[in-house]
Write a protein that binds this ligand. Sequence first.
Ligand code: NAP
Ligand code: ZN
Ligand code: ZN
Length: 346
Amino acid sequence: MTTVAAYAAPAAKAPLERTTIERREVGEFDVLIDIKFAGICHSDIHQAREGWGEAIFPMVPGHEIAGVVSEVGSGVTRFKVGDRVGVGCMVDSCRECENCKAGLEQYCLKGMIGTYNALDKNGEPTYGGYSEKIVVDENYTVRIPDGLSLDVAAPLLCAGITTYSPLRHWNAGPGKKVAVVGLGGLGHMAVKLAHAMGAEVTVLSQSLRKKEDGLKLGADHYYATSDPKTFEELRGTFDLIVSTVSAPLDFGAFLSLLKTDGALVNVGAPEEPISLNLFSVISGRKTLAGSGIGGIRETQEMLDFCAEHRIGAEIELIGASEINDAYERVLNSDVRYRFVIDAATI
Ligand code: NAP
Ligand code: ZN
Ligand code: ZN
C-alpha cells in the first residue's frame, strides 16, 4: 500500500478537504499513474451530495484523469513508464458478459466498477482522480496521444466520450442537423465533436449569455430555450438532439423539435424523475434514448479522433483548494467550460 494525498468529501454534502488515502500495491497487470490533471464533472457533485442515492464516504471524486505512468506490473504489455495515459469513469468490469466482450464495458451486466464511489473486486472502496496517484488495471487505461495536452485532455475521459459515443451511434455527420441542449462541460464537447464530424450544430441553452462562445466552439446556430418562440421556430428541425442537462427537463417540448424518425438522446443524469406525455414520441415515430459514457475501445477511438482534429476541452485550471467554490459555480451553470484541478496542488 502507498499513502497518497487526496481531496475527499468526508460525508454527503460536506465540503471536500485534503486528506490521505491508501493505493493498492501495483499488481501484475496494473499501472501506477502520477496524476497530473483531474476534471470536475457534474456527476462528481451529484454523488458527493448523494443526489443519486446512498454513496460511499469518505469519497474522493474524479473520473477525468490524465497523468503519466510511473510504474508497471510484471505482466503489463500495453504501457511503459513515461507513457501519457487517461482513466475515465470505470476501472474494472466482469470482462466475461456479452457487453464486456463487445467492448461495452460501461454496460457490464454484472455492473462496471466505478473509478470512485464503488467497491473493487476485493470489496475495497475505489477512490478517484482528486489525488496524486492511482493504480489501475492496464485494460481500463487509455493512451493520450502526443498531440493533446494533458490538461485539456482530462475532460475528454468523461465529457468527451459521453458525447462522442451517442453522436457516433446516431450517425452525426454531414447532412445531419444536430442540437445540443445545455452548454456546460458535456455540452461544449458535444458541440466541438459534432462540428468536427461534419454535422450542422445548434445550441439550445437557457439564455443567450454564452452565444458568442457557442459559435466559436463550432455551433452554426444558437437559441435560448427561455424564449417560447424558439420552440415554434424550430419545430420538426433536428435529426438528433443530445441533452446534457443536469436537471429535469420538459422532454416533450424538445421532442417536438425532432423531424419524423429523429432521436432525442439524453445523457444528463438529473436527481429527480421526469414525466412525459407519450404522444410526444408516438407522433412522428420518434426515439427517446439514453447513453452512458463509452467503452474502453471507443474511448481510445475518441481520444485519437480528438488528437486528429485538435480538439481539447475549454478549461479553467484551478488549485485543489478551489474545488468547493468550483462546485458552486457548476451548480449555477457558471462553468466555462470545465474546471480542471492541477494535481500538483493536492
Ligand atoms: P454542467 O457542466 O453543469 O452542464 C450542464 C448544463 O445544463 C449547464 O451548463 C446548463 O447549460 C444546463 N442546465 C443546468 N441546469 C439547467 C436547468 N435547470 N434547466 C435547463 N438547463 C440547465 O454538467 P456536465 O458535467 O456537463 O454534466 C451534465 C449532466 O450529465 C449531469 O447530470 C451529469 O451527471 C451527467 N453525466 C452523464 C454521463 C453519462 O454517462 N450519461 C456522463 C457524464 C455526466 P446552459 O447554461 O447552456 O443552459
Ligand atoms: Zn463524468
Ligand atoms: Zn461484464
